[in-house]
Design a protein around this ligand. Sequence first.
Ligand code: GDP
Ligand code: IMO
Ligand code: MG
Length: 437
Amino acid sequence: MTTNAKNVIVLGTQWGDEGKGKIVDLLTESADAVVRFQGGHNAGHTLIINGEKTVLHLVPSGILRPGVQCLVGNGVVIEPASLLEEIRKLEAAGVTVADRLRISRAAPVIMPYHIRLDQLREKARGGEAIGTTGRGIGPAYEDKVARRGLRMGDLLDARRLKKLLKPVMDYHNFVIQHYFHDQPLDFDNTYQQALDWGAALKNNITDVTSELHQLQNAGKSLLLEGAQGSLLDIDHGTYPYVTSSNTTAGNAATGTGLGPTDLDYVLGITKAYTTRVGSGPFPTELFDDNGRLLAERGVEFGATTGRPRRCGWLDLVALKRAVRINGVTGLCITKLDVLDAFEDIKLCIEYVDDAGQPMAFPMSTSAWKAVKPRYISLPGWKTQTRGITHWHDLPENAKTFIHTIEKYTGSPAHIISTGPDRTENIIRHNPFSSHST
Ligand code: GDP
Ligand code: IMO
Ligand code: MG
């Protein structure tokens, strides 16, 4: 590993829940450290090992590989109470976390008023609600950009914390009371809570950027774990129905302090179909029996909020866009087995308008609403692919399905996932190695 060190980004190319957690866990067999670079505990990453399920929100998905270091970069927003609870649960299950987890001093803190504001705003939006996870993600990133936010390092200095917290709480309490007509938050309680969080996490809070540089100097391989998906990106997604961070590959550098030229490979994960949680455009969404079959076979319920996920066919127009935005080196297609029961499988290959004319990539909600997907239909394979680990064992129709995705997006499918378990994969090319199998 030390001679051929590589740094690999793993991210979602859709609206999240592509199976990032599973694939990060799989690939950390070849990595020395895993780093989160954006998002917060809005993420829900599911790992299944020997039938046992673990859902991670903030702790990187390398934690179930003993010896792999886990880091949370400056681009991540951290709600310390949830993080402490996640650590407690993992440790209760026998996983060592405290010694292996490093948290950036520069990561913004999600405070109780951010959570309150997120929920009050969603309520106020009524029918236009974004359908956020209600975790305070948006308001915490706003405070970062407004240059008034607290960072994890600030929790370690009582005097500085008090000085910073007072004006920011006055500001948010004013909005909570006078704009939303809700109860203000208590300063003393919040201050004490923040001090307690700092005390509990003080051994984990550090200069993550320097630690990453040291790992690099020592020839270690790093895996950068994305959260959410490219269509939820604040700049490139279906704005305003997006999350508040850049979920795309460029932020793997900014959100950690690694340089863009340090990053060798981008693995773009896509389901063999599409899902979305929350509101917003979704051209290939299905409201028929096929949609219900995808939801049922794919067990499509949010890992963080438990909400049912909207389901539809794979959208190759959006995927191709995501491949370019992220500079995807190779694709990972997950949940192929979910399609085992389908007679015919559709792929959206073009966006057209009401008159059947080709459309440019939509740049507004109204343009998204005008999209009519144009599909090609491929015959299903109607046989079990679940658990297949060799390419040559796949049915021909499944190979054709995968080749069609490769051809349309111009990106090779390096990994195919055929079930939720860590072992259920076809690895055609391991991103950490220089040769294909
Ligand atoms: P993430 O947010 O991208 O990590 O994805 P989630 O964990 O939220 O959602 C993915 C879901 O699909 C989880 O329940 C996984 O256990 C499951 N999953 C992942 N890969 C596969 C696969 O190839 N087949 C099936 N049937 N389930 C999968
Ligand atoms: P993982 O990492 C799917 C969605 C929410 C909402 C929008 C904004 O598991 O793929 P936010 O709370 O971030 O302000 O909500 O983004 N969303 C996700 N959808 N998977 C996720 O994470 C998500 N994180 C946020 O449903 O539509
Ligand atoms: Mg998820």
